[in-house]
Write a protein that binds this ligand. Structure first.
Ligand code: SAM
Length: 298
């Protein structure tokens, strides 16, 4: 966990530079496709957005119909950038008043470690502790209908650490609630995917305005260290873990997620396809894409 809590503090809003690139629109559209049916079915849905970063998805969730969104991130710098965006709560005051720009007080951000969250209320106050076993004291009493984690689970370096994240999810979901997350492209043959990406990077350096690398295998045998470089006018680099596909479900079950566990088929909408050339999308597949979406029920 050496890098997770601080590496983003100096990135802050530079991170937003990749959000205007075609692959990010593709990613956002697929997150929306996964989450929208649950928002449509429940107009009063409260959503917990873990690893919210600069609030890119948190703001989208409000736009897509969430009644209320609490964004949690371990990085003070990212939470500051999210708040500075002005489309969420800027600190102070209770949520819920309709006086907060176009989000009407429906969005709040707090700093927190998703590997050890107790039961949170809508404002991010801890109202119960996760126990040692299973979902702990908060089981069945979570306040949130949906937990979203776009690029959350890839901050666990092994099954044990990922189970801690799932425990925070279980603790905060209502019974029958759903988790929706993005993770690095989940492949049955992770070694093959890493080799293809390395070949692609050698042939087309920096092609997407960002590069996904895998510097080395993890000593624990569960996957690879990952590294992303943003090549915009404000370059940045950050690291994460790319664990084997099956570890996600093993960790979820261990933490008490007992419901259906699905890997979603990705869809490239025409509107997003048109944001780039045919060659771009061919090369995107050639380098095996950058994300997968999983949906897991409590
Ligand atoms: C790649 S960013 C994703 C931001 C946002 N979810 C998005 O999709 O744009 C990953 C975020 O995970 C956060 N993070 C890493 N480990 C975390 C942890 N244990 N608890 C909460 N946030 C964490 C980082 O600080 C960073 O902001």
């Amino acid at each position: 966990m050496a890098f997770a809590s601080t590496q983003y503090d100096t990135i802050g809003d530079k991170y937003n530079d990749i959000k205007v690139l075609p692959f990010s629109f593709y990613e956002r559209a697929n997150v929306r496709a996964a989450v929208q049916p649950y928002l449509d079915a429940n107009p009063s849905a409260a959503v917990l957005d873990l690893a919210c970063g600069t609030g890119f998805i948190s703001r989208s969730l409000v736009e897509w119909g969430a009644r209320y969104v609490l964004g949690v991130d371990i990085s003070v710098g990212m939470i500051e950038a999210a708040r500075a965006d002005g489309r969420g709560q800027g600190g102070g005051g209770g949520g819920g008043d309709d006086d907060d720009g176009d989000n009407g007080g429906r969005l709040r951000y707090v700093v927190g470690d998703a590997k050890g969250l107790g039961r949170l209320d809508w404002e991010g106050n801890e109202i119960g502790h996760a126990g040692e076993e299973g979902a702990g004291e908060g089981e069945g009493k979570g306040q949130f209908d949906i937990v979203v984690g776009t690029w959350l689970l890839n901050y666990a370096e092994d099954t044990v650490e990922m189970a801690k994240m799932w425990r925070s999810i279980v603790t905060n979901l209502k019974d029958g609630g759903v988790f929706i997350g993005t993770v690095p492209r989940a492949a049955d043959d992770l070694d093959g995917l890493v080799a293809r990406k390395a070949r692609f990077n050698a042939e087309h350096p920096g092609y997407f305005g960002a590069t996904w690398e895998h510097p080395h295998k993890l000593a624990n045998g569960e996957g690879y260290l990952g590294r992303m470089r943003g090549h915009g006018t404000r370059p940045f680099v950050f690291e994460w873990y790319h664990l084997r596909k099956e570890i996600h479900e093993v960790a979820a079950r261990r933490a008490g997620m007992t419901g259906r566990f699905e890997w979603r088929q990705l869809v490239l909408e025409e509107e997003d396809r048109r944001r780039a050339s045919e060659e771009y999308w061919e090369r995107y597949e050639q380098m095996c894409g950058h994300f997968s979406i999983l949906v897991a029920h409590k």
